[in-house]
Design a protein around this ligand. Structure first.
Ligand SMILES: C[S@@+](CC[C@H](N)C(=O)[O-])C[C@H]1O[C@@H](n2cnc3c(N)ncnc32)[C@H](O)[C@@H]1O
Length: 224
Protein backbone atom coordinates (compact mmCIF):
# COMPACT_ATOMS: atom_id res chain seq x y z
CA UNK A 1 0.00 0.00 0.00
CA UNK A 2 1.43 3.42 -0.85
CA UNK A 3 2.26 5.86 1.95
CA UNK A 4 -0.64 8.37 2.27
CA UNK A 5 1.87 11.03 3.43
CA UNK A 6 5.06 10.51 1.44
CA UNK A 7 7.85 12.90 2.41
CA UNK A 8 8.19 16.07 0.38
CA UNK A 9 10.60 15.83 -2.51
CA UNK A 10 14.07 16.80 -1.33
CA UNK A 11 15.71 16.73 -4.75
CA UNK A 12 15.40 18.76 -7.95
CA UNK A 13 15.35 17.20 -11.40
CA UNK A 14 15.70 13.45 -11.75
CA UNK A 15 17.03 13.79 -15.30
CA UNK A 16 18.77 16.64 -17.16
CA UNK A 17 20.75 16.27 -20.39
CA UNK A 18 20.60 13.12 -22.49
CA UNK A 19 22.61 10.35 -20.90
CA UNK A 20 25.64 9.41 -23.04
CA UNK A 21 25.26 6.12 -24.93
CA UNK A 22 27.94 4.30 -22.91
CA UNK A 23 26.37 5.35 -19.62
CA UNK A 24 22.88 4.54 -20.92
CA UNK A 25 24.12 1.05 -21.75
CA UNK A 26 25.43 0.68 -18.18
CA UNK A 27 22.00 1.72 -16.87
CA UNK A 28 20.59 -1.27 -18.80
CA UNK A 29 23.30 -3.81 -18.05
CA UNK A 30 25.22 -2.90 -14.86
CA UNK A 31 22.55 -1.15 -12.77
CA UNK A 32 20.21 -4.18 -12.54
CA UNK A 33 23.10 -6.21 -11.11
CA UNK A 34 23.89 -3.58 -8.45
CA UNK A 35 20.37 -2.51 -7.50
CA UNK A 36 19.47 -2.98 -3.84
CA UNK A 37 16.40 -5.05 -2.91
CA UNK A 38 13.04 -3.27 -3.03
CA UNK A 39 11.95 -4.94 0.23
CA UNK A 40 13.41 -4.82 3.75
CA UNK A 41 16.79 -6.58 3.74
CA UNK A 42 19.81 -7.24 5.90
CA UNK A 43 22.71 -5.55 4.05
CA UNK A 44 25.32 -7.85 5.59
CA UNK A 45 23.87 -10.78 3.66
CA UNK A 46 24.73 -8.99 0.39
CA UNK A 47 28.42 -9.31 1.11
CA UNK A 48 29.11 -11.50 4.15
CA UNK A 49 32.87 -11.03 3.73
CA UNK A 50 32.74 -7.22 4.05
CA UNK A 51 34.18 -5.77 7.25
CA UNK A 52 31.79 -2.78 7.33
CA UNK A 53 28.83 -1.29 5.49
CA UNK A 54 28.79 2.40 4.55
CA UNK A 55 26.01 4.43 2.93
CA UNK A 56 26.23 7.62 0.88
CA UNK A 57 22.99 9.56 0.52
CA UNK A 58 22.73 11.79 -2.57
CA UNK A 59 26.01 10.71 -4.18
CA UNK A 60 25.54 13.04 -7.18
CA UNK A 61 27.96 11.92 -9.91
CA UNK A 62 29.40 9.21 -7.64
CA UNK A 63 32.96 10.59 -7.42
CA UNK A 64 33.12 10.38 -3.62
CA UNK A 65 31.38 7.00 -3.52
CA UNK A 66 33.71 5.47 -6.11
CA UNK A 67 36.86 6.95 -4.58
CA UNK A 68 35.96 5.71 -1.08
CA UNK A 69 35.00 2.28 -2.45
CA UNK A 70 38.34 2.07 -4.24
CA UNK A 71 40.20 3.01 -1.06
CA UNK A 72 38.31 0.49 1.06
CA UNK A 73 37.69 -2.75 -0.84
CA UNK A 74 36.89 -4.38 2.53
CA UNK A 75 33.80 -2.16 2.91
CA UNK A 76 30.46 -2.68 1.15
CA UNK A 77 29.20 0.70 -0.10
CA UNK A 78 25.53 1.45 -0.52
CA UNK A 79 24.65 4.56 -2.52
CA UNK A 80 21.28 6.29 -2.94
CA UNK A 81 20.56 8.89 -5.62
CA UNK A 82 17.37 9.63 -7.56
CA UNK A 83 19.07 11.82 -10.24
CA UNK A 84 19.39 9.52 -13.24
CA UNK A 85 22.33 11.37 -14.81
CA UNK A 86 24.15 11.05 -11.48
CA UNK A 87 23.43 7.32 -11.30
CA UNK A 88 24.68 6.93 -14.89
CA UNK A 89 27.88 8.81 -14.04
CA UNK A 90 28.42 6.68 -10.92
CA UNK A 91 28.01 3.53 -13.00
CA UNK A 92 30.78 4.77 -15.29
CA UNK A 93 33.09 5.26 -12.29
CA UNK A 94 32.17 1.82 -10.90
CA UNK A 95 32.73 0.19 -14.28
CA UNK A 96 36.03 1.96 -14.99
CA UNK A 97 37.46 1.17 -11.57
CA UNK A 98 35.99 -2.37 -11.69
CA UNK A 99 34.51 -1.90 -8.23
CA UNK A 100 32.91 -5.02 -6.80
CA UNK A 101 31.89 -3.49 -3.47
CA UNK A 102 29.16 -1.00 -4.46
CA UNK A 103 25.36 -1.47 -4.51
CA UNK A 104 22.91 1.23 -5.53
CA UNK A 105 19.41 2.49 -4.86
CA UNK A 106 18.40 4.69 -7.79
CA UNK A 107 15.73 6.53 -5.85
CA UNK A 108 14.94 8.38 -2.64
CA UNK A 109 17.33 7.47 0.20
CA UNK A 110 14.46 7.69 2.68
CA UNK A 111 12.85 4.64 1.03
CA UNK A 112 16.13 2.79 1.36
CA UNK A 113 16.57 3.78 5.02
CA UNK A 114 13.10 2.43 5.79
CA UNK A 115 14.20 -0.99 4.44
CA UNK A 116 17.31 -1.21 6.59
CA UNK A 117 17.34 -2.92 9.99
CA UNK A 118 18.36 -1.11 13.16
CA UNK A 119 22.11 -0.82 13.74
CA UNK A 120 23.08 -2.12 10.29
CA UNK A 121 25.60 0.51 9.09
CA UNK A 122 29.02 1.65 10.26
CA UNK A 123 29.04 4.95 8.38
CA UNK A 124 26.65 7.32 6.60
CA UNK A 125 27.62 10.29 4.43
CA UNK A 126 25.32 13.18 3.54
CA UNK A 127 27.57 15.48 1.54
CA UNK A 128 26.45 18.84 0.21
CA UNK A 129 22.73 18.01 0.09
CA UNK A 130 20.42 20.33 -1.83
CA UNK A 131 20.39 23.44 0.37
CA UNK A 132 16.82 24.62 -0.29
CA UNK A 133 17.82 28.10 0.95
CA UNK A 134 14.39 29.79 0.75
CA UNK A 135 12.48 29.60 4.03
CA UNK A 136 9.37 28.25 2.31
CA UNK A 137 11.47 25.33 0.98
CA UNK A 138 13.15 24.39 4.26
CA UNK A 139 10.65 21.57 4.71
CA UNK A 140 12.21 19.94 1.62
CA UNK A 141 15.62 19.68 3.23
CA UNK A 142 16.82 16.14 3.58
CA UNK A 143 17.82 16.68 7.20
CA UNK A 144 14.67 16.85 9.31
CA UNK A 145 13.96 15.62 12.83
CA UNK A 146 12.48 12.36 11.49
CA UNK A 147 15.24 11.65 8.96
CA UNK A 148 17.83 12.34 11.68
CA UNK A 149 16.10 9.75 13.87
CA UNK A 150 16.20 7.29 10.98
CA UNK A 151 19.93 7.89 10.52
CA UNK A 152 20.50 7.24 14.23
CA UNK A 153 18.39 4.10 14.00
CA UNK A 154 20.36 2.49 11.16
CA UNK A 155 23.79 3.34 12.57
CA UNK A 156 25.54 0.80 14.76
CA UNK A 157 26.74 1.89 18.19
CA UNK A 158 30.03 3.66 17.48
CA UNK A 159 28.95 4.23 13.87
CA UNK A 160 29.56 7.62 12.29
CA UNK A 161 27.51 10.13 10.34
CA UNK A 162 29.15 12.84 8.26
CA UNK A 163 27.20 15.86 7.01
CA UNK A 164 28.85 18.57 4.92
CA UNK A 165 27.51 21.79 3.46
CA UNK A 166 28.67 25.21 2.32
CA UNK A 167 25.38 26.86 3.23
CA UNK A 168 25.68 28.41 6.70
CA UNK A 169 21.97 28.27 7.45
CA UNK A 170 21.75 24.58 6.49
CA UNK A 171 24.74 23.82 8.72
CA UNK A 172 23.02 25.55 11.66
CA UNK A 173 19.74 23.81 10.81
CA UNK A 174 21.41 20.41 10.71
CA UNK A 175 23.44 20.95 13.84
CA UNK A 176 20.28 21.88 15.73
CA UNK A 177 18.46 18.74 14.56
CA UNK A 178 21.32 16.28 14.96
CA UNK A 179 22.13 17.59 18.45
CA UNK A 180 18.47 17.04 19.38
CA UNK A 181 18.48 13.45 18.09
CA UNK A 182 18.76 10.82 20.84
CA UNK A 183 21.81 8.61 20.34
CA UNK A 184 23.83 11.04 18.22
CA UNK A 185 26.79 12.94 19.65
CA UNK A 186 28.86 15.57 17.85
CA UNK A 187 32.49 14.51 17.82
CA UNK A 188 33.98 17.99 17.33
CA UNK A 189 36.35 19.25 20.00
CA UNK A 190 37.68 22.40 18.31
CA UNK A 191 36.77 24.67 15.40
CA UNK A 192 39.22 22.98 13.03
CA UNK A 193 37.16 19.80 13.41
CA UNK A 194 34.33 21.35 11.42
CA UNK A 195 36.23 23.97 9.42
CA UNK A 196 38.79 21.60 7.91
CA UNK A 197 37.98 18.67 5.68
CA UNK A 198 38.49 15.41 7.61
CA UNK A 199 41.60 13.44 6.60
CA UNK A 200 39.52 10.74 4.89
CA UNK A 201 37.33 13.18 2.95
CA UNK A 202 37.21 13.09 -0.86
CA UNK A 203 36.28 16.43 -2.46
CA UNK A 204 32.93 16.18 -4.23
CA UNK A 205 31.91 17.70 -7.54
CA UNK A 206 29.33 19.97 -5.94
CA UNK A 207 31.78 21.05 -3.24
CA UNK A 208 34.24 22.17 -5.93
CA UNK A 209 31.63 24.53 -7.42
CA UNK A 210 31.58 26.63 -4.25
CA UNK A 211 27.95 27.65 -4.77
CA UNK A 212 27.18 28.18 -1.10
CA UNK A 213 27.57 31.21 1.12
CA UNK A 214 30.32 29.88 3.40
CA UNK A 215 33.38 27.66 3.31
CA UNK A 216 32.55 23.94 3.51
CA UNK A 217 31.66 22.78 7.02
CA UNK A 218 31.96 19.13 8.10
CA UNK A 219 29.83 17.78 10.94
CA UNK A 220 30.89 14.33 12.16
CA UNK A 221 28.52 12.65 14.61
CA UNK A 222 28.96 9.40 16.49
CA UNK A 223 26.18 6.95 17.36
CA UNK A 224 26.22 6.23 21.07
C1 LIG B 1 23.70 19.32 -4.36
S1 LIG B 1 23.81 17.68 -4.88
C2 LIG B 1 25.34 17.10 -4.21
C3 LIG B 1 25.79 15.82 -4.84
C4 LIG B 1 27.06 15.22 -4.23
N1 LIG B 1 26.85 14.80 -2.86
C5 LIG B 1 28.20 16.20 -4.33
O1 LIG B 1 28.57 16.76 -3.27
O2 LIG B 1 28.69 16.43 -5.43
C6 LIG B 1 22.63 16.89 -3.81
C7 LIG B 1 22.25 15.51 -4.33
O3 LIG B 1 21.38 14.90 -3.39
C8 LIG B 1 20.42 14.18 -4.10
N2 LIG B 1 19.24 13.98 -3.24
C9 LIG B 1 18.35 14.91 -2.82
N3 LIG B 1 17.39 14.34 -2.10
C10 LIG B 1 17.70 13.02 -2.03
C11 LIG B 1 17.08 11.91 -1.42
N4 LIG B 1 15.92 12.03 -0.75
N5 LIG B 1 17.66 10.70 -1.54
C12 LIG B 1 18.82 10.56 -2.21
N6 LIG B 1 19.45 11.58 -2.83
C13 LIG B 1 18.89 12.80 -2.73
C14 LIG B 1 20.12 15.06 -5.32
O4 LIG B 1 19.52 14.34 -6.39
C15 LIG B 1 21.52 15.56 -5.66
O5 LIG B 1 22.17 14.73 -6.58
Amino acid sequence: MSDPHPPLRSYGRIRSRTIKPRQAALMDTLLPTLRLPAQPFEPRTLSPGSAEIWLEIGFGGGEHLAAQAQRRPDVLFLGAEPFQNGVASALRHIDEAELANVRLHDGDARDLLARLPDASLERVFVLFPDPWPKARHHKRRLVQADSARELARVLKPGGRLRFASDWADYVDWTLERLLATPGLAWSAARADDWRRAPADHVTTRYEEKRLGDCAPVFLDFVRA
